[in-house]
Ligand binder design. Structure first.
Ligand SMILES: Cc1ncc(COP(=O)(O)O)c(C=O)c1O
Length: 390
């Protein structure tokens, strides 16, 4: 059956869909994203409804279940495997606190994880005398920074390894890890594979089955274009009974509407990890944003990001900056981190914000550009033009 290619042109530079375009050139989607108009509308509709009619005929509870299905579809999961969490950290902490650790178990991660994917494992290591191995980043001949997959696999290739914990995309380098290979390795050895997907979900393809992912966590406030404090957690169906909920309240159980009849039997699906009332406004806004991306198609969004990041990378190199982010076909992402051999990064960052109305980020001594699908080529060109030359 012929399929029509998704029409991205409607969104590019469209300030009616992305009002931030009227305010500034925004390149920090790897930090905290602006809301698209339709997500803002969802928040306004929530406020309006609750002000006038409370929950009556709102349909909001049904919409939350629609979001569960959409989120599952985005990562190749089924709705029964999706729980809503308040952030990425909560999903990762659910895994860290929910497994039965034994002294001497090994956890493998990298030494360049965002702390949301480090402290939960440090806590496990300290509490249960578990060994935590953090594989360091290396400099490659082209100047990019990279944690080699063979080093991760070598560290995990041990009979005591219980879990590998990785970001799909590293927040400071932008490296995308080779998940098909790592996931296959883990599954073959019955090692659990736990993923922080906040730097990729929505804009880079994720298939939890093909990648053999066991657990995945992502808040909505970056590439998914949602508000802060509303995220998703995936737990592979077969593992649901083995993971203790992080917190237990009235909603984790099968008869959660039967308030007076206490039957402490956890739900069979991932809703067993939800302890109480949802962040309804947050989830409604996340639904609007996530379904916008799903409607376009994650592959098409990824192709758009490739165009924009290639353009930024070429411009940076031409002006004498060193690009830290790997740009290989398997490892590129929406993050372009770079350094100047001579100029002060903080001064560059401040001048861009104060003088040129351009927003990017400073992370780990690097400048970081993270454009989204609606940013224009002209915005990238202006950004490059405003950077000091060498
Ligand atoms: C890789 C990564 N994980 C997690 C987070 C944020 O975690 P949370 O959603 O718990 O606030 C960030 C934010 O910068 C991040 O870059």
């Amino acid at each position: 059956m012929p399929t029509t290619p998704p029409d991205l042109s409607h969104y590019i530079g469209n300030a009616d869909e992305f009002p931030i375009l009227r305010a500034c050139d925004f390149f920090n989607h790897a930090g905290v994203s602006p809301l698209p108009k339709r997500a803002g509308d969802a928040l306004r509709a929530f406020a309006d409804q609750y002000e006038r009619r409370a929950y009556l005929e709102s349909g909001f509870y049904r919409q939350v279940e629609d979001l569960r299905r959409s989120a599952a579809r985005m990562i190749g999961a089924s709705a029964e495997e999706i729980a809503f969490v308040k952030n990425t950290s909560e999903g990762i902490a659910t895994v860290a606190a929910g497994l039965d650790w034994r002294a001497g178990d090994r956890i493998v991660t990298t030494a360049v994880e965002y702390p949301a994917n480090m402290y939960p494992w440090m806590d496990v290591a300290r509490r249960y005398n578990v060994e935590l191995i953090a594989v360091p980043e290396e400099a490659r001949p082209d100047g990019s920074r990279f944690v080699p997959i063979d080093k991760i696999i070598a560290a995990a290739d041990h009979w005591r390894t219980r879990l590998v914990a990785l970001s799909h995309v590293e927040y400071a380098s932008g490296q995308r890890h080779d998940f098909p290979t790592i996931g296959r390795f883990c599954r073959d050895r019955q090692i659990l594979f736990c993923v922080d997907a906040i730097q990729s979900m929505g804009v880079l393809p994720i298939d939890v089955r093909a990648m053999n992912i066991d657990f995945l966590s992502a808040d909505g406030h970056k590439w998914l274009l949602g508000p802060e404090g509303a995220g998703v957690f995936f737990c592979r169906r077969e593992l649901l009974p083995t993971l203790r909920p992080l917190s237990v309240g009235w909603m984790n159980v099968i008869n959660d509407q039967d308030y007076g009849d206490y039957d402490f039997t956890l739900k069979p699906d991932a809703r067993r990890f939800e302890c109480g009332t949802h962040n309804m406004p947050g989830l409604l806004a996340l639904k609007a944003s996530l379904e916008l991306l799903l409607g376009i198609g994650v592959d098409a969004v990824a192709a758009r990001l490739k165009t924009l990041t290639d353009r930024a990378t070429a411009g940076l190199r031409e002006k004498g900056y060193q690009v830290i982010s790997p740009r290989d076909a398997e490892a590129w992402s929406g993050i372009v981190s770079f350094v100047s051999p001579t100029h002060d990064h903080k001064t560059i960052w401040r001048d861009l914000r104060m003088t040129h109305n351009t927003e990017l980020a400073l992370r780990e001594g690097r400048l970081r550009i993270s454009a989204h699908l609606y940013n224009t080529e002209e915005q990238i060109d202006h950004l490059i033009a405003h950077l000091p030359g060498h």
